[in-house]
Design a protein around this ligand. Structure first.
Ligand code: ATP
Ligand code: MG
Length: 201
């Protein structure tokens, strides 16, 4: 089996996430893609994030239509802080003979050397599926110097550059600007029903 792992805060999930997920699944020939919702990301500081329950509901709604996409509780079930290295080891324990691909945007790849136990994380992944993101530059050579071996694991996902982010959607909602069509209608419905993101970050 070829298993993908897609970690994120998903606050809220949007079309950038879904397009990355679909293209990565296809281009890396994944049998299953696990969406790993991070309850409280260590690097996001004090920013108020939407309650876990609300993010779970949005993410479930976002991925419901695709049978190969699966919501994973692997980080919700264990106490924090949550490090991706541990997450990959836990997925490996469930799928011992599988190829594991961690998928991410280019900003995450750029920040990877600052992740806790980054070398352990890179060693644990068979593939790092990376989708480029507008304005996010990175230097694969410099990354390779900091994390030897990473270069051989990176596979770029071909996809259009998508200038969509959760932060930008949160701001749109707080400012009363349109946000429909940046995310699935089912996610927009959860946002409206729960009255999420009406206050600025
Ligand atoms: P925020 O603006 O709050 O940081 P985000 O849109 O970056 O949210 P995250 O939940 O932080 O969403 O992202 C999870 C993963 O998805 C990260 O690896 C991120 O790089 C990737 N990602 C998110 N949006 C895009 C996009 N438009 N193109 C490519 N990758 C993306
Ligand atoms: Mg982000």
């Amino acid at each position: 089996m070829r298993i993908g792992i897609f970690g994120g805060t998903f606050d809220p999930p949007h079309l950038g996430h879904l397009i990355l997920a679909a293209e990565a699944s296809h281009q890396l020939a994944l049998d299953r893609l696990l969406f790993v919702l991070t309850p409280q990301p260590p690097h996001k500081g004090d920013r108020l994030i939407a309650p876990l329950e609300a993010r779970l509901e949005m993410l479930q709604a976002a991925i419901a239509a695709n049978p190969a996409f699966e919501l994973s509780h692997i980080e919700i079930e264990r106490p924090g802080p949550h490090y991706s290295a541990d997450t990959v080891h836990l997925v490996r324990a469930v799928y011992p003979d599988s190829t594991l691909a961690f998928v991410m945007g280019a900003d995450s790849l750029r920040d990877l050397p600052d992740w806790r136990r980054a070398d352990d994380f890179v060693a644990a992944c068979d593939i790092l599926g990376v989708m480029r993101r507008p304005y996010q530059r990175f230097d694969l050579k410099a990354l390779e110097e900091k994390l030897p071996g990473i270069g051989g694991k990176v596979q770029f996902i071909r996809a259009p550059l998508l200038e969509i982010s959760s932060r930008q959607i949160r701001r749109r909602i707080a400012e009363g600007r349109p946000y429909l069509y940046y995310l699935p209608a089912a996610v927009a419905a959860v946002i409206a029903r729960r009255g999420l993101y009406r206050q600025p970050d």
